[in-house]
Design a protein around this ligand. Sequence first.
Ligand code: NI
Length: 177
Amino acid sequence: MSKLKIRTYPDPILKKKAKEIDKVDDETGDLVTEMKRLMREGDGVGLAGPQAGVSKRIFIIDASDGKGVRVFINPKICKKKGKQVGEEGCLSLPGLEVEIKRAKSLECEFLDNKGKEQKLKVSDLLATIIQHEIDHLDGKLLVDKVGWFKRYKLLKEYEGLKKSKEGEQNVLEKMIG
Ligand code: NI
């Protein structure tokens, strides 16, 4: 697999609904390897296929909980409970932090990196990351989760950051991917 790079807003691939992966094979393994590299380089805790320029339903998470990098293929959320609000960053919108309301806990089903069916119950930060990454697979970014006026302000701020390169510093603070 050739070297991939992180796609940032307004790359059109970020707006596309990603396609399911039919078969978990060596090609998927190569993609995961590339995605891990990109996530580490960006200092993120998660990365979705479209962010690497591959419009497939896959994401990886490294929540620093001692479980290493986890791979989620064709993920589906089957239950959501409660509410939480938190500041989120995104490798595809470097420099921005957006307050987002999400479910506090969830249950999801997915295939792991070996193509085996898995079910997982999570809450708090891990639940936030999973919801954030699934949004990527559905073509939704943080700026698509807020009202039009807030979106306008955020995109203006983003343009300013891109120009001034201040983004590079802010990126390191908190990044979900
Ligand atoms: Ni993101």
